[in-house]
Design a protein around this ligand. Structure first.
Ligand SMILES: [Zn+2]
Length: 178
């Protein structure tokens, strides 16, 4: 397959959890619980506050996050029963978080992922399994967003189902040619 699109994976708007939402979550998570404090001597945990791997010796929080609920609060969507809660790691302190690097967080995706597409109401349209390869992520994102019904994509772990980050529909139109 050859594509005529000029998009690269870095053109996609992969989003960490919003800093204002993180400030709320560090007090009480989306399940209404206090987050669990963890010290990670070895590092490497995937962090949803900055879409990086934790540095050795990092102080982290493990907490429940409802990505679709938070997205819906911004967009006015009503995901209804599609809302889900799941565990995520974040830096324990905002001042220790360097924020996300620009571009697609390739280093986050060393394992198999599923790219799960949602419509503008937050209902699941489809999911596509993807191996750890930036080019494959790009191709699948291009294909998903070529469907005008797709408003949002969640990138999740295949085995654990954990949410990594969302990808919003690109501002520019995505063209996929063959
Ligand atoms: Zn962070």
């Amino acid at each position: 397959m050859t594509t005529t699109t000029t998009e690269t994976v870095t053109d996609f708007d992969a989003r960490p959890i919003d800093p204002a939402v993180l400030a709320e979550l560090r007090l009480a998570d989306d399940a209404g619980r206090a987050p669990e404090a963890q010290h990670h001597a070895e590092g490497g945990a995937p962090l949803r506050c900055c879409l990086r791997r934790a540095e050795p010796g990092a102080d982290l929080l493990l907490l429940s996050y409802a990505p679709l609920r938070r997205w819906a609060a911004e967009t006015g969507a009503d995901p209804g029963p599609y809302e889900e809660l799941g565990p995520v790691f974040v830096h324990a302190r905002a001042e220790d978080c360097p924020g996300a690097e620009p571009g697609y967080p390739v280093a986050m995706h060393r394992g198999d992922r599923v790219l799960r597409a949602y419509d503008r109401d937050g209902r699941i349209l489809r999911g596509v399994p993807v191996q750890p390869d930036a080019e494959l992520h790009r191709e699948v994102l291009c294909a998903l967003f070529s469907d005008p019904e797709v408003a949002l994509v969640h990138v999740r772990a295949v085995e654990f189902g954990c949410f990594f980050h969302e990808v919003r529909r690109p501002v520019r139109a995505v063209r996929v040619g063959r």
